[in-house]
Design a protein around this ligand. Structure first.
Ligand SMILES: [Zn+2]
Length: 329
C-alpha cells in the first residue's frame, strides 16, 4: 500500500494574517484535547488554498511553544517541509495515470488509501491529521467511502476537509463534521493588504469590486493582468458584433478555460455595456436592449460559474455571445 502512495511536492505552509486567529483557535483546542475528529472548513476566498491547509496541519504538529506557528525549525516542521511527516495525509486532485492531466475529482482509491493510513498506528506523539482539499471535489463514491471513517473516528486523529464550497458536499458528510468558516478580510484590511502587495492604490477599489471583496482573488487578478484580458475581450467582441470574425474564432482567440475568470470578464463587459446604455436617454429600443443585457447578466452569474466542464463552458459562452449580438444589433 505504501508504495502506491502518490508523492506530492511538499507545499509551503502559509496563512494570510486574517487567517492566523483561526489557526490559533485550533492550536488552543488541540492543547485542551478538544480538537474535533472531523472538521469542515469553508474558505470564502476562491483562490488556491493548499498552502493554508498545510499551514494549519503544520501548526497542529509543531512542537515549539513560540508565537509563530509553524516555527519551521522543530522536527515536526522539518518533516512537514520535506513532506515526510509519518502521521500526515494529504488528499487532493492528482494527475490521471493515463492522460497525465489533472483529475476533475478526488477518486475513491485516494480515500481508501487515506482510510488505510488513518488506521495505522501513529509514529509520533502529535496525533494524526488527514487533510482533504479541495473537499468539494470528492465524487459520490469517494464521499460515501469517507462516511464510515467520519462515523467511527480513530482516537487522536483529525480529519480536515478544506473547501471553497461546503454546499457542494453531501449533507451526510457535512452533518458529521464541525463546521467553520474563514471569512475574507474586511474592506479596510483588504485595501491595506493589497497596498502592501504593491497593487497601485488607484486600482485597488476596482480589483476588489471585480473580485467581490475577495482580497486574495483581487491580488491574483491584478497579477494576471486581468484588465488587459478584459480589453482583449472587448476588442474581440466588437469585431464579432461587426461581423469581422465569427463566433468560433472569437471563442478560440479568447483562450480562456477558467470558468471563474471567464464569468468575471463577461460580467464586467455586460456591466460596462449596461452602464454606457444608462448614460443615454432611453428610447424603446434602448429599453429593450437594457432588459436583454440585464437578463443575460443574471444568466452569466447563475450558470457559468458552476460549470467545470470545459466543453460545456465554451458552448455556454457561445450561447451567451450569440444572444449578446442579437441584443445589441
Ligand atoms: Zn515547529
Amino acid at each position: 500500500m505504501k508504495n502506491d502512495t502518490p508523492v506530492f511536492d511538499p507545499v509551503l505552509p502559509f496563512a494570510e494574517k486574517w487567517q492566523l486567529d483561526f489557526v490559533n483557535q485550533f492550536i488552543e483546542l488541540k492543547k485542551l484535547q478538544k480538537l474535533p475528529h472531523a472538521i469542515l472548513i469553508e474558505l470564502r476566498t476562491s483562490v488556491d488554498s493548499r498552502s493554508f491547509g498545510w499551514h494549519l496541519a503544520s501548526a497542529l504538529f509543531c512542537q515549539s511553544d513560540g508565537q509563530d506557528k509553524p516555527c519551521g525549525q522543530c522536527q515536526a516542521c522539518q518533516l512537514m517541509a520535506a513532506n515526510n511527516y509519518p502521521d500526515f495525509t494529504f488528499t487532493t486532485l492528482i494527475d490521471n495515470d493515463k492522460t497525465h492531466k489533472l483529475n476533475k475529482d478526488i477518486k475513491i482509491d485516494q480515500i481508501r488509501r487515506l482510510i488505510h493510513q488513518f488506521s495505522l498506528t501513529r509514529n509520533l506523539q502529535t496525533g494524526k491529521v488527514a487533510l482533504i482539499y479541495p473537499a468539494e471535489k470528492l465524487n459520490k463514491s469517494s464521499a460515501n467511502s469517507l462516511l464510515k471513517t467520519l462515523e467511527e473516528p480513530s482516537s487522536d486523529s483529525t480529519l480536515i476537509l478544506l473547501t471553497h464550497n461546503a454546499g457542494r458536499l453531501p449533507i451526510t458528510i457535512r452533518s458529521r463534521c464541525q463546521k467553520w468558516v474563514i471569512e475574507n478580510p474586511g474592506q479596510r484590511m483588504a485595501e491595506e493588504w493589497l497596498n502592501q502587495q504593491n497593487v497601485p492604490s488607484e486600482q485597488i477599489a476596482d480589483y476588489l469590486a471585480l473580485a467581490r471583496a475577495d482580497a486574495q482573488l483581487a491580488l491574483q487578478l491584478f497579477q494576471q493582468e486581468f484588465k488587459q484580458q478584459q480589453d482583449n475581450f472587448s476588442a474581440l467582441l466588437n469585431n464579432y458584433i461587426l461581423n469581422q470574425i465569427d463566433i468560433v474564432s472569437m471563442v478560440k482567440s479568447l483562450k480562456m478555460t477558467d470558468s471563474e475568470k471567464l464569468r468575471l470578464v463577461l460580467k464586467t463587459e455586460l456591466q460596462n455595456m449596461i452602464y454606457n446604455l444608462l448614460q443615454n436617454e432611453l428610447t424603446i429600443a434602448l429599453k429593450q436592449q437594457l432588459s436583454g443585457l440585464t437578463g443575460l447578466l443574471t444568466k452569466v452569474d447563475s450558470t457559468l460559474q458552476t460549470e467545470d466542464n470545459n466543453l460545456n463552458l465554451l458552448l455556454q459562452l457561445e450561447d451567451v455571445l450569440i444572444s449578446l449580438k442579437q441584443i445589441v444589433k
